[in-house]
Every structure is written in C-alpha cells, then in structure tokens.
Ligand binder design. Structure first.
Ligand code: ATP
Ligand code: MG
Length: 388
C-alpha cells in the first residue's frame, strides 16, 4: 500500500493527437516546481499523472502544484494492487483519515474502471466497498444524491483510492500557446490579464513603463513585486523596464493636450512590439477592459491597435471591475496593486482625454514627433531584470 498524488488533466485530456505534447509540457512544469522538495517518480497511467514521493511532503507539493496550469485537481491517493481485499483495506484507511478530520456522516462510493479486463464491474465494486465502509464505520450512512464525501476508486494498471480533490486552475500548460509580452503597470488589471493568458498556456514576459525621476523607485519595486507574484504561476519572468519620460515630454511639447493618453499608448505598443519581435514573442497583452476609463473605448482600442501589427490580447475586455478584483484577490496580486505609487508620470495627464480619437487626427499629431528615434532611444536605455 503506497501513498501517491494523482493529477487530473481536464482540458488537455481532449487534445487528441497533441495530447502527448501537452502532457509532457505539464509534466515538465510539475517537475520544475517540486524538484527541490524531492520525489521518487512521476508517471502517467491512463489519463492521469501520478507522483511517488514521501507523504510528509504532500501538503507542500500540493500547494505548489495547484498553481501549475493544465492541472484540474490533485488527490492524495492510496495505490494498491488490483485485489479486492487490498482495495477494501485502503478504502477503510482513507475513510478513517477523512472521518478523523470531522464533518462526515454520509458517503457514496464512485468507481471508475479504466481497465476493462478487470473482472468486476464498477457498480459491483462500489456496492461491495460501500458495504465494507458501512460495517467498519457505524455512524456513516450512504447517500447517493448528496453525500458529504465521495470515496473514489480508479481501477487502472494499479488501483487508486482517494477522497479529496484539491482544485487547480485548469487551463493549459505554460509554453503550449506561444509567448506574450505583458504590459505590466502597477495597477490591479494588468497582473490579472497576465495571469489569465498564462493560464491559457502563454509564456509571459513583462514590460513596464516609468517616468523616473518623476516616478519613484518604489513604484518600480511595486511592479517587480507584482511580477514576482505572477512568477509563482508562470515560472521565471523576464521584465523590461523602459523610461518614457522623454517621450511624454515631447508629446506634451508638440501635440494637443487631450491626445496625451492615446499618443503615449501608441508609443507603449510600438516599444513593446519591437522588444517582442526581437525576442521571439508573438503577442502583446494588456489589462484593458471596455469602457473602464476614457481611453478604453472601441475607438481608443482601434487607434491603439493601428500603431502595431502584433495581436494585442485583452483578456479582461468583457470583465467588470469587481470580477477583475475577485481574480486579483484570488491570485494574491490585489494587496500589492493597491499600494499608492504612480506607474507613469501623471503630471502630463490631460484633464479631458479624447474618448473618440480618430486615427487620421492622431497621425497628424504624431507627424510633429520623431517617432522612430524616440522609440529607439527609449529601448536603448531600457533595463532588463529576471524575476524568479
Ligand atoms: P491597470 O490596472 O493594469 O493599471 P488601468 O485600469 O490603470 O490598468 P490604463 O492606465 O488605461 O488602465 O492601462 C491600460 C493597460 O495599459 C494596463 O492594463 C497595462 O496593460 C497597460 N499599461 C498602462 N500603464 C502602463 C505602464 N506604466 N507600464 C506598462 N503597461 C502599462
Ligand atoms: Mg493603471
């Protein structure tokens, strides 16, 4: 009788021909996060991944594995041979452990027989093991509709018995859907946007724009902290830090005041695109949400998009602020995001930004600027950090 962790795959299980690739990516992510804890073996068995390790390490492993995308739930299991006496012993042990934690009065046994050669059919296994539990636990009753706990029995090459299903985030393993450059401000939205795209398998790097010395070093530290929290889910993150003060000054000097926001956004996109392409990334990611602020209108978005060719992914586009905040709290970026430091210089912010910019007008305003030179100068002076 061995204790192992089982990992269920969710969406990856539907991947058909590509399934092996996705599974292997997931396994390599899992290995990365538990390698310093130590494990004996990771193996696949009929649709699930199993980890052999010392049981005392399970809680710590589960805590880290929960954050690996592609994984739907994790269960501490007992693994036994396909022998009904062994299954019975394991069922009693796992139920005893669960009952000791309290709050169980009803149960239901659910069997999944992946190995169709095993001679006893699922309903019969469930019935027999239900009987075993009833004789060994006088206070427990069966409830087939709304039990307090399910006792799961998976019959595969081995037999696995478990009760707990600890939820992961699902999604797809990091790196299975290209690379994206996240425009990371110090706000609430952009870390959530990065999280959501990473959850869909995008490998994330970050770019942050600041207006030092108008903005403080503490603002920069705040953004690094946010990237660090994100890296719990994504692994190592490269962060590009770009000073845009000269750009803001030029815009301020030469362009209409109410176009400051949209013009700076187009610069942000151009700089991001250039860095992305140079580093083999396929998309930009922002935390924009439709209508949230004056610049996040459909007009604003299309004028912003027109500055670049790479796709701009906006996973928050249809979310309300409360929905975004809920995710931010869940992924633990919220408390850092609400610290009071400014990300870009607010000295230049217009009182009434244009909400319906026209591309033509914006291009006319930009013709007063040496766009390429401003972009290149900013990139030349950028700093690059590795966040782990
Ligand atoms: P956030 O909460 O992410 O700061 P926001 O509600 O403040 O977003 P905006 O200021 O319009 O909205 O920014 C929209 C998006 O543009 C941000 O989500 C982010 O992706 C990007 N962005 C804005 N400012 C910066 C910055 N200083 N550095 C990098 N990206 C930025
Ligand atoms: Mg912001």
């Amino acid at each position: 009788m061995d204790k192992v962790l089982s990992v269920s795959l969710g969406e990856i299980a539907l991947k058909g021909l590509n399934r092996k690739y996705f599974e292997n990516q997931l396994i390599s992510q899992m290995k990365k996060v538990i390698k310093d804890i130590g494990y004996n073996k990771i193996y696949k068995e009929q649709g699930k991944i199993y980890i052999e390790a010392e049981e005392i390490h399970f809680p710590q492993m589960i805590n880290r594995l929960k954050k690996v995308f592609g994984l739907v739930y994790i269960s501490p299991c007992i693994r036994v041979e396909k022998d009904m006496d062994e299954v019975a012993k394991a069922s009693i042990e796992i139920m005893k452990d669960r009952v000791n934690r309290g709050d169980v009065s009803t149960f239901k046994v659910e069997t999944n027989r992946a190995d169709k050669k095993f001679p006893i059919k699922s309903p019969e296994i469930s019935r027999q093991m239900g009987g075993v539990i009833l004789t060994n636990f006088n206070d427990l009753k069966v409830d087939v509709h709304n039990p307090d706990v399910y006792l799961y029995i998976d019959i595969k090459q081995n037999c696995y018995i478990y009760i707990d299903k600890i939820k992961g985030y699902g999604g797809l393993p990091i790196g299975t859907n290209g690379k994206g450059l996240l425009l990371l401000s110090g706000g609430i939205d952009s870390p959530v946007a990065g999280f959501l795209m990473a959850k869909r398998g995008v490998e994330i790097s970050c770019i942050h724009y600041h207006s030092y010395p108008f903005t403080s070093e503490r603002a920069e530290d705040k953004v690094k902290s946010l990237a660090q929290i994100l890296s719990r889910y994504t692994g190592k993150i490269t962060m590009y830090s770009v000073n845009v003060l000269d750009i803001q000054k030029s815009i301020n000097a030469k362009c209409p005041e109410d176009e400051m926001t949209i013009l700076s956004r187009r610069f942000m996109m151009r700089i991001a695109e250039k860095i992305a392409i140079k580093n083999g990334m396929n998309a930009l990611i922002t935390g924009e949400s439709l209508g949230q602020v004056a610049s996040q209108t459909i007009n604003g978005i299309s004028v912003t998009n027109a500055a670049v060719n790479l796709p701009i992914l906006r996973p928050l586009i249809g979310l309300d602020k409360v929905e975004i905040i809920d995710i931010a709290k869940d992924i633990e970026t919220f408390e850092t995001s609400i610290l009071p430091f400014e990300d870009c210089c607010t000295v230049f912010l217009p009182k009434h930004p244009v909400t319906r910019p026209k591309l033509q007008d914006i291009e006319v305003s930009e013709s007063a600027l040496n766009v390429e030179e401003l972009v290149d100068n900013a990139i030349e002076r950028m700093e690059v950090y590795t966040i782990d």
